[in-house]
Design a protein around this ligand. Structure first.
Ligand code: AMP
Ligand code: GLY
Length: 422
């Protein structure tokens, strides 16, 4: 099977890594990939999705997997399907679950899926009035895609009003902020859950926890995610069942009713409040770094999972997961998430310890290759992944690997998986 992966991050590297180990996969392409994906397959750089679909036809691509939300919201799946290509991901219509927070919140309300109390509005006075009715902190969200930066947790009413004014005036997020959501703050613990969907059926992967803040102890500004682990012991069978019954099933049924059946990865951001799962948001793709720890936990070949999902055959698949646990620690550059840093050479020391060697690996993200030198060029540079029989063992191995990887300004959180180890 020939496979094309769209995207350039650690998420796409980890999918490619899983496929690269699969003898059924012949050719693997990344568009555009990064400086390390060339170790797994071939990088191509075609920006126009029609041209990319032609490339897929000419190169007999059997399956295309879309990593990031941008191409999905822009309709890459529709373009590929119009040319009879097999592609794993939601249509542009279904990708609105992530592309528009207003669409998502209204969908949740329409289908009675538990979510934070909210209003959506483009009217400043309406927003201000609602803010006054909420206890602090107050959550303000821009409608459109803002690369993970469109959510403000305001600690006072005044701060919330300023956030609303700046969004509605277009000052903070341009067009993406012309509609806003104001919602109540939910106090609980956060989970990332991923359902692989084929429009009708789904397979729920193991629940993960991300660590969004830049600093230990969940301090400092939000990032794309500084580390993740799975499966989390914070989820028991009862909670999985609640998520299935109250969130995933009504979402798949609802999207069918809306004329936009959901195919692809449904990423459910959940806040568990007093044992009840409340939907914070949907994304229509894998989380990053969650993908990097979920891929190594799949016993069923990733190829089979994604191909069956893309061809509506999930009902014929019995997915198996490894018994191991996985912890991924993101290594970021010096000034992440504020600004980009000067490119720095990445050096990975040889690991002489067999046990660590066979239970750790790196998923590369913000890297480029220049004259055979691997450079850290992005904000989130790579993820050190450790596997083990327990989360503690996986965590210890991931951090041992972190000690072997060097580049100027490297920055990590030292408390990944702390909620599982309390
Ligand atoms: P979102 O992009 O909607 O996931 O928001 C980014 C992050 O903000 C989430 O991962 C949560 O940590 C936090 N967040 C969003 N909405 C709420 C809420 N209603 N209550 C508490 N935290 C929230
Ligand atoms: N790690 C969270 C995300 O990918 O949005």
């Amino acid at each position: 099977m020939n496979i094309l992966i769209l995207g350039s991050g650690g998420r796409e590297y980890s999918i490619g890594r899983a496929l690269n180990q699969d003898s059924e996969v012949e050719k693997l392409y990344f568009c555009p990939g990064n400086g390390a994906t060339t170790r797994l397959g071939e990088n191509i750089n075609i920006k126009d999705y029609n041209d990319l679909a032609d490339f897929a036809l000419e190169n007999k691509i059997d399956l295309t997997i879309v990593g990031p939300e941008g191409p999905l919201v822009d309709g890459v799946v529709d373009i590929f399907k119009a040319k009879d290509l097999t592609i794993f991901g939601p249509s542009a219509a279904a990708a609105r679950l992530e592309g528009s927070k207003v669409y998502m919140k209204n969908f949740l309300a329409k289908y009675n899926i538990p979510t934070a109390r909210y209003i959506e509005t483009d009217h400043i006075e309406t927003a201000f009035k609602f803010i006054e009715t909420l206890p602090v902190p107050v959550v303000v969200k821009a409608d459109g895609l803002c690369a993970g930066k469109g959510v403000i947790i305001a600690s006072t009413h005044d701060e919330a009003k300023i956030a609303v004014s700046e969004m509605l005036s277009g000052k903070s997020f341009g067009d993406a902020g012309h509609n806003v959501i104001v919602e109540e703050f939910l106090d609980g613990y956060e989970l990332s859950m991923f359902a692989i969907c084929d429009g009708e059926d789904y397979i729920l992967l193991q629940a993960a926890q991300d660590h969004k803040r830049i600093l230990d102890g969940d301090k400092g500004p939000n990032t794309g995610g500084m580390g993740a682990y799975a499966p989390t012991p914070l989820v028991d069978e009862e909670l999985y069942q609640k998520v299935k019954d109250r969130v995933i099933r009504p979402t798949l049924d609802g999207m069918k009713e809306e004329g936009a059946p959901f195919e692809g990865v449904l990423f459910i951001g959940i806040m568990v409040v007093n044992g009840e799962p409340i939907t914070l948001e949907f994304n229509v793709r894998f989380g990053d770094p969650e993908c990097e720890i979920l891929m190594p936990l799949l016993k069923t070949p990733a190829r089979e999972l994604f191909y069956k999902a893309a061809t509506k055959q999930l009902d014929t698949l019995n997915v198996e997961f490894s018994e191991q646990k996985a912890v991924g620690v993101v290594m970021a550059s010096k000034d992440y998430p504020y600004k980009s840093s000067t490119p720095a050479e990445i050096i990975v020391d040889d690991i002489h310890h067999d046990d660590v060697n066979s239970n750790t690996h790196i998923s590369y993200a913000g890297v480029s290759m220049e004259d055979d030198t691997l450079l850290a060029t992005g904000g989130r540079v790579l993820v050190c992944v450790g596997l083990g029989d327990t989360i503690r063992e996986a965590r210890d191995r991931a951090y041992l690997l972190c000690g072997q990887v060097h580049f100027a300004g490297k920055k990590i959180r030292t408390d990944i998986a702390y909620q599982a180890l309390k």
